[in-house]
Design a binder for this molecule. Structure first.
Ligand SMILES: Nc1ncnc2c1ncn2[C@@H]1O[C@H](COP(=O)(O)OP(=O)(O)O)[C@@H](O)[C@H]1O
Ligand SMILES: [Mg+2]
Length: 246
């Protein structure tokens, strides 16, 4: 897949697959194009060329909404704003077929909308319990700790009932205890039918969670395989030399 900005090629033929039922790590030096890849795959930025296949269909160039409906959801490296809503309201807002959407209400009437809302509320509670956010479910999201905000961001993604989630640095700025907790939660997801593609600069975190690991540099795949094999790869070592891992 290819993508350039103002004539500068950021993605230069990056090509790989992500297996269902796994946590795949995506690493590479700062500026390698990892976040851009997420932007293209999630529909935020169209590819210039190439193909993105998900669950048997071409999704390249689809809108973020269509990609998310297909079962592929992403989170952001820098957490977006949390409007003045409770944790519960936040989760509800990201539900699939939210009855608040006018089309739903118009087509199905208020009874069906109420039923859907009840089902979503149950799902929101399930996800809150799973992420250990149930004790703070009525708190304002803005008042959560940094780590809890990261968990809520994962919760929002899960509300869309994804098959694959793209996580961009889910532990950035989080203390080690919470980092481990986030890791434990993520390890549970493949068992619940959710696969993960994870960008992370913390190599300990990658080593604990991810198999396989893919290393990108300059818009291409440099190496892929087990964490140890990728770490030992001379090209990977060279790509990281003198740069900050990102
Ligand atoms: N919207 C954009 N406009 C211009 N340049 C961009 C844009 N998005 C990313 N880039 C450039 O693409 C390169 C790769 O960035 P990024 O995908 O964020 O790398 P990574 O996440 O691996 O650190 C950087 O040089 C960045 O400046
Ligand atoms: Mg990035």
């Amino acid at each position: 897949m290819r993508r350039a900005f103002y004539g500068l090629e950021v993605l230069r033929g990056v090509d790989f697959s992500v297996a269902a039922g796994r946590i795949t790590g995506l690493i590479g030096p700062n500026g390698a194009g990892k976040t851009t890849l997420f932007n293209v795959v999630s529909g935020l930025v169209p590819p210039d060329a190439g193909s993105i296949r998900f669950a048997g269909s071409e999704i390249g160039g689809l809108s973020p909404d269509k990609v998310s409906r297909a079962g592929l959801v992403r989170t952001f490296q820098v957490a977006r704003g949390f409007p003045k809503l409770s944790v519960f309201q936040h989760l509800m807002l990201y539900g699939r077929d939210q009855p608040g959407e006018s089309l739903w209400r118009a087509v199905l009437g208020s009874r069906a909308a109420r039923d859907r809302e009840a089902a979503l509320a149950e799902q929101a509670w399930d996800i809150a319990r799973f992420l250990r956010l149930d004790k703070v479910i009525d708190n304002q999201a803005v008042a959560l700790s940094g780590g809890q905000k990261k968990l809520l961001e994962i919760g929002r993604a899960l509300m869309a009932e994804p098959k694959l989630i793209l996580l961009d640095e889910p532990t950035a700025g989080v203390n080690p205890t919470l980092r481990n907790e986030i890791g434990e939660r993520l390890l549970e997801l493949p068992k619940r039918g959710v696969s993960i593609l994870l960008i992370e600069h913390d190599m300990g975190f990658i080593a604990e969670l991810c198999d396989p690991v893919i290393c990108m540099a300059e818009g291409r795949v440099l190496a892929q395989g087990s964490f140890d094999s990728v770490r030992a790869d001379p090209q990977v070592r060279e790509a990281y030399l003198g740069r900050r891992a990102a």
